[in-house]
Design a protein around this ligand. Structure first.
Ligand code: P53
Length: 477
């Protein structure tokens, strides 16, 4: 048996434009929805302020200043031996309002230069088209993705960047963690995925399905369009995979977990199979939901199946049938209870490396399409020792354990995994809390929650560790 990972395995790291770039009002960039999202903390929700208001901190405005420092950052990625680097394109750099007919050339040039810098180091860009940020104007003028008009605006944006970068970027993804908004009760998730605050809608769940339909159609159109522009392009979907285990072997718990997992599989099913599964049509019928669709949509979905599944994996969760007593909900999943067999991070994320192998098997078994682990990592508070160094052994332990399980999935189970890009390879602004202090990086950034810090970069202990993981193609862990 071949125990090695494929030679062309894409080791790298991942971030998103709004969490690293800063330069929020530079280069002709328009206001995006995260530019009006305040910094929060664990237990302190981020506030959506609609416009920029005095007296608030908006960490994404400067983020970690990648906009001005990418040359140095990419040199550090190259030093670790990255084969690829995942980031996103800020839609509002290309179309500042979102509904213009012509793109902003200065925004396009920024990504041209950044991609050239990556390629100069032999690092393949992996690009998400929509990672939790859209031009704010599309929310104030159209109500975000509630409006079908967004489909055309998004396709226009995508067409411009797919054409422009087709010879620089081969790997693309449409919507980051599109399934986060299935958890519509949490305002932040709907807001960042779609510019819609579902709890404020008269029928939030029905609204969420309508929004999703628009995004599924948009994603499928972009996949078809991308293939027409250049058949070499690989265009994936992107799912947040948090496997929901049955809390016990009680048949009610097992069935509940099966149903709860539709929160994730619905998205894979539509993106990868090109049609809505029976269970969702039944749910709409049962609840009397009318989801507006155009006659051509069925064919658009069928024709635009994604090429691969990009996934994030941080944690697993356990769910217990409602009625059998509910515990404390973790991450907002209804009926979810702490799993006594795993430990949680300070932010309550349950650490479960085996869950990664489990998830890879579940996805591959269901779709038989390549998988790309585009996020995995450990958010922690890093403290410098007396020498000013960060000994992040906890992060190394987390990543090592997950890579081991990924290898088992590939080598023992035969799952096709294209690559592995740990989240926040460069410290960045946390999405859920807007903090700097929830760090994921191999590279420390001197920037703090109170807005102080020089933005200086330093290598953590995990930097050298990851370098030798890549150099040995995952043999030396
Ligand atoms: P922060 C939940 C479950 C899995 C991934 O998150 C998630 C979430 C939160 O929606 O989000 C991804 O920074 C997301 C990134 C984000 C990263 O997880 O809150 O794609 O943008 O930064 C880590 O610790």
């Amino acid at each position: 048996m071949n125990n090695a990972l494929p030679k062309d395995f894409l080791w790298g790291g991942a971030v998103a434009a709004h969490q690293v770039e800063g330069g929020w009002d530079q280069g002709g960039k328009g206001l995006s929805i995260v530019d009006v999202l305040t910094s929060g903390a664990h237990g302190v929700e981020r506030v959506i302020t609609d416009k920029i208001e005095a007296g608030h901190r908006y960490a994404n405005h400067e983020a970690v200043d990648f906009y001005h420092r990418y040359t140095d950052d990419i040199a550090l990625f190259a030093e670790m031996g990255f084969k690829c680097f995942r980031t996103s394109i800020a839609w509002s750099r290309i179309f500042p309002l979102g509904d213009e007919l012509e793109p902003n050339e200065e925004g396009l040039r920024f990504y041209d230069d950044m991609f050239d810098e990556l390629l100069r180091h032999g690092i393949e860009p992996v690009i998400t088209l929509s990672h939790f940020e859209m031009p704010n104007h599309l929310v104030t003028a159209y109500g975000g993705w509630k409006s079908r008009k967004l489909v055309d605006f998004f396709v226009r944006f995508s067409e411009v960047v797919l054409r422009r970068y087709q010879h620089k970027v081969k790997y693309w993804m449409t919507f980051n963690e599109i399934n986060n908004q299935r958890n519509w009760k949490v305002p932040l998730f709907g807001y960042c995925c779609s510019g819609v605050i579902y709890p404020q809608e008269p029928n939030p769940e029905e609204c969420m399905y309508q929004v999703l339909h628009h995004q599924f159609v948009a994603s499928a159109r972009v996949v078809s369009l991308g293939h027409a522009i250049n058949p070499d392009l690989q265009i994936g979907c992107m799912l947040a995979m948090v496997p929901l285990y049955p809390y016990s072997c009680h048949p009610d718990d097992v069935m509940y977990a099966e149903i709860a997992m539709r929160e994730r599989f619905l998205f894979g099913d539509v993106h990868m199979r090109g049609h809505y599964p029976a269970y969702i049509r039944r749910e709409w019928q049962r609840k009397g939901y009318q989801i507006a669709m155009e006659p051509e949509d069925e064919e658009i979905l069928r024709a635009g199946c994604a090429d691969y599944i990009g996934l994030s994996y941080y944690m697993s969760n356990a769910v217990r049938a409602l009625g059998a007593g509910t515990g404390t909900a973790l991450s907002g999943f209804e009926g979810s209870v702490p799993n006594p067999h795993v430990k949680a991070s300070e932010w309550g994320w349950q650490i479960d490396p085996v869950g990664l192998r489990y998830t890879l098997n579940q996805l591959y078994g269901r779709y038989e399409k390549p998988l790309f682990i585009v996020e995995n990592g450990f958010g922690a508070r890093d403290v410098k020792n007396e020498q000013g160094e960060i000994d992040d052994d906890y992060r190394i332990a987390y990543l090592r354990a997950h890579i081991e399980q990924m290898k088992l999935a590939i080598v023992e189970d035969g799952v096709e995994v294209m690559g592995y890009t740990p989240w926040g390879c460069l410290d960045c602004v946390s999405f859920t809390t807007g903090e700097y202090s929830k760090r994921y990086g191999f590279i420390h950034v001197d920037r703090h929650d109170d807005g102080s810090g020089s933005f200086a970069r330093t290598r953590k202990r995990s930097f050298d560790w990851y370098r030798q993981v890549i150099a040995s193609n995952g043999e030396t862990l």
